[in-house]
Design a protein around this ligand. Structure first.
Ligand SMILES: C[S@@+](CC[C@H](N)C(=O)[O-])C[C@H]1O[C@@H](n2cnc3c(N)ncnc32)[C@H](O)[C@@H]1O
Length: 362
């Protein structure tokens, strides 16, 4: 039958040996196929195991990362708490320094034998709190700290208040009060002048101090361009080259506004004298005979030297010269040049790291 089939397919009939050989060959191929299937199966198992191991590793890794994340989060919280605590400590230290500065300036302002009763002291304390903007936490408008109120800065006049009448701060106001009260107590003849008044706060304070102590004759001279600082004159005053003060519109306050500020405090009267214009034009011919206190606050070399040239000889023996801007290089240079030219050796007394003063020898 097998041979019949082969004949029908048109092929030569297989011999028995050939059929047996092919059968054996088929068996061998099947065996090889089985072996390769088993190998494939082993590989599949191995791959499965590897996948399981990787899944386990991934889980472990994820758990480790979760652990890390939560420990990192708690470390960040700790650090934040520590930082907040440190900031509170610094804040407390600033407040403490301010309190001690207040104590210091108070003790300076009320030396033994200080004149005026408790009512005068309370009035002047309140006037000072209001004029500096400390009473109202008045925020700043200077380009460096704009929009903030920092009591530490205000105590030493390192910002420009938004609405308060002076930018010189508590310590320099106390120094002004101390020296004017000393001049009154020691009968040093003469008036008060500030050259560079801005909104007038220091002059308003001076007028209040005279009123509080019952002075009936001394005048307060209020000298300013009432339109800001001059542009630097490089040829005449090389120390002012590059000075930017003239570019700040915040420093230009008109005279009507300053007079209005005096009026609001009830301190505008005929003993307040305005000298409007550039110092070089107004000061040499100002109707001033004698000064008890000369306060310089014009920031620049030009403004400082012109005020000294015009007014220093009018300061009475025993009177005082206050230099608000000694912290500024051009102003300090003007002071040094002037003192050297005049042979002035009276010691420069510090106020708050910015201003200095000296007493004219008797
Ligand atoms: C820093 S502010 C004075 C601050 C003021 N003493 C206070 O209590 O806040 C400087 C003032 O000086 C004035 N000033 C500066 N140089 C001047 C000059 N050469 N002539 C006239 N005014 C001048 C400016 O107009 C400005 O009002």
């Amino acid at each position: 039958m097998f041979q019949d089939a082969m004949q029908q397919s048109g092929r030569a009939p297989l011999t028995l040996e050939e059929a047996a050989r092919r059968f054996r060959h088929l068996g061998e191929e099947t065996g090889a196929l089985r072996v390769s299937l088993q190998a494939t199966e082993r590989e599949r198992q191995a791959a499965l195991e590897r996948a399981n191991v990787q899944a386990t590793l991934g889980r472990d890794l994820r758990q480790e990362m979760d652990g890390l994340r939560s420990s990192l989060t708690s470390e960040i919280h700790d650090a934040r708490d520590k930082l907040a605590w440190a900031m509170k400590t610094v804040e407390a230290q600033v407040l403490a320094s301010r309190a001690s500065l207040d104590g210091l300036v108070r003790s300076i302002a009320q030396p033994q034998g200080s004149i005026g009763g408790q009512a005068a002291t309370l009035y002047l304390d309140l006037l000072e709190l209001s004029l500096t903007g400390v009473l109202s936490d008045d925020v700043s408008i200077d380009p460096w700290t704009a929009g903030t109120y920092d009591p530490g800065r205000r105590a030493i006049g390192r910002d420009w208040p938004a609405t308060a009448c002076t930018m010189i701060g508590t310590a320099r106001m106390r120094n002004l009060r101390h020296l004017l009260e000393r001049a009154l107590a020691e009968d040093v003849p003469g008036d008060f002048i500030e050259t560079g008044v801005w909104r007038g706060g220091a002059c308003i304070y001076a007028r209040g101090i005279l009123a509080a102590h019952g002075d009936a004759t001394r005048r307060v001279f209020v000298a300013d361009s009432f339109r800001g600082l001059p542009e630097p004159d490089a040829e005449a005053f090389p120390a002012d080259v590059g000075d930017q003060h003239s570019t700040y519109q915040q420093l230009a306050i008109n005279q009507e506004q300053v007079a209005e500020n005096f009026r609001r405090y009830g301190l505008l009267d005929e003993r307040v004298v305005f000298l409007e214009g550039w110092f070089k034009d107004t000061l040499p011919t100002a109707p001033i005979e004698r000064l008890a206190v000369l306060r310089l606050d014009g920031d620049m070399y030009e403004s400082t030297i012109q005020a000294l040239d015009a007014l220093y000889d009018k300061v009475s023996p025993g009177g005082y010269v206050i230099v608000d801007d000694y912290i500024l290089g051009p102003c300090a240079r003007a002071i040094e040049d002037f003192r050297a030219a005049r042979g002035i050796t009276a010691s420069l007394e510090p106020v708050d790291g910015a201003a200095v003063w000296w007493q004219v020898p008797r």
